[in-house]
Design a protein around this ligand. Sequence first.
Ligand code: SF4
Length: 620
Amino acid sequence: MSDQIKEVKIDDLLMKVEKPARYLGNEMNSAHKEINEDMVRFAFAFPDTYEIGMSHLGMQILYHLLNEQQDIFCERVFSPNTDMENLLRREERPLFALETKTPLKAFDFIGFTLQYELSYTNILNILDMGEIPLFQKDREEEDPIIILGGPCSYNPEPIADFADIIVLGEGEEIILEVINLYKKIKQKPNYQKADFLLAASEIEGIYVPSHFAVDYHADGRIKEVRSTEKSGGEQGLKKRIIEDLDKAYYPDKILVPYIDTVHNRVVLEIFRGCIRGCRFCQAGMIYRPVRERSLEKLQTMAHDLLQNTGYEEISLASLSSSDYTEIEALIHHLIEINQKDHIGVSLPSLRLDNFSKELIEEIQKVRKTGLTFAPEAGTQRLRDVINKNIREEDLLNSAKEAFEMGYNNIKLYFMIGLPTETDEDILGIKELVYKVLNQYHSLPKEKRAGGLKITVSTSTFVPKAFTPFQWEEQISLEEIHRRQSILKESLTHRSINYNYHDGKTSVVEGAFARGDRRLSKVLYKAYSLGCKFDGWGDHFDYQKWVKAFEEEDSSLDFYSHRKRSYDEILPWDHFDIGVNKSYLMQENNKAKIEEVTPDCRLNCSACGINQKFTSRGGVC
Ligand code: SF4
């Protein structure tokens, strides 16, 4: 860090903002270090509020991993809330990292996590407030290296023009390699950032977008993605995974905030990947293969994390927790060791078909947590199309058991706009919800808790990269509204509460989820028009987005609603994530004939991941 760069003074601003604790940076287990010249300074940037970012597991892992290295200092930065942003801008003070209040431009690296397409404008806002040129091509030697990773980096093209490097795959597997390389190259005489980028692009899992160029057909489709003369080759285009999770880094402590965040609890990640293969689900494809942590390892992790944080709740994290092979043993263990301290266990992602009454009863012994089920579609036909291997009786039996156990609050998640969906499928949601309601009323009064509440939520299907539905069209805004109205008019019972996501945000999300590099300009335009915090209903301004697309001569329809053919080159086709395109096509074809694929433990469908990415070679 250069000597002239001074920390940003914020003491006088703290009393003027709503929640000063968001900006203090001295929470329990936060890192504070003696800074020296040889240290690599890394700012982990989360493009949303403190409360959301602090609940993000990836941030906790990378923060502690980096800070355990003597010569690296990782600090945090979140999107400042509007009150703090206004003060900083008015006072012309740059955005800073929390731990030392160092201005962002003094860092070696700023690492953003791409969790959600609608957080992209916040990335631009953080760079702008940090006085860092937004576009990669405008940055100078002394500007930080901007590194992006996370689930949206599997199609990073719409934000590629703002990035120096993009990580494909699991960050804790690769980040130290990148930083160590940087340290080595930086020591060389006449160091240039380009030397580092070239060397970094030779690391598997590191994509340098400026080393690639894209050509287009006259109708707007991609003609070719080609490496330029700057390129270090194509090694970087293959995702990186940790093969053995027991050997992967996991912190034995996590940051404990002073204020309420989304998850105020210990999070225990039990496995990665998913055996199920739902055809709409991006996480289920990009995080393959399934890798479980051993029971012994999880027991140690849980013990250390609870001790080092003082939290009274532990949450099991994974894509589908009840699929963990030793789930019962794990829960028994957690309950046993924690009962005396009144520690709750929450299981956020239960499936309907292996819902275990015994398991729920165990959890309930300590604390009753809410129950959420996600049948996703209202009819069996559509559940077969999307490969959600759940039957109506699974849901009804599970709901009945839950009501018998005294639950009176159930959440049901569905999607609208799934491929092949008809009005009959929409009405199927209504019928299913009323059948759940009837399960409750079929119990004798003395056997059920009063005050039933069924919350039905629908989101709109957004086709995502690397899923069997990546070629499908997304329904139009008018159609989203029409289908939502059908449900609004039919879910009127006083015990039922119907929520739905704003269709307009889904349309913009859809454009960026399958967008190409030309959307960087649209993104910049939208940001210039004032878009930020687009994932928040009270900030999102659809008209500004429409205007940004128009002014950049781009089309929302082209990106969101257009069906792609199998032979079209997709913006993410140059990445290798292990799952073969032929497998995705096969799954897409099976959806058309309503044929299901069994889960990966029952039968391997040869998606390709284990053949190419692990030493297992065979099945999950
Ligand atoms: S198809 Fe085979 S390798 Fe792929 S996820 Fe299923 S079991 Fe694993």
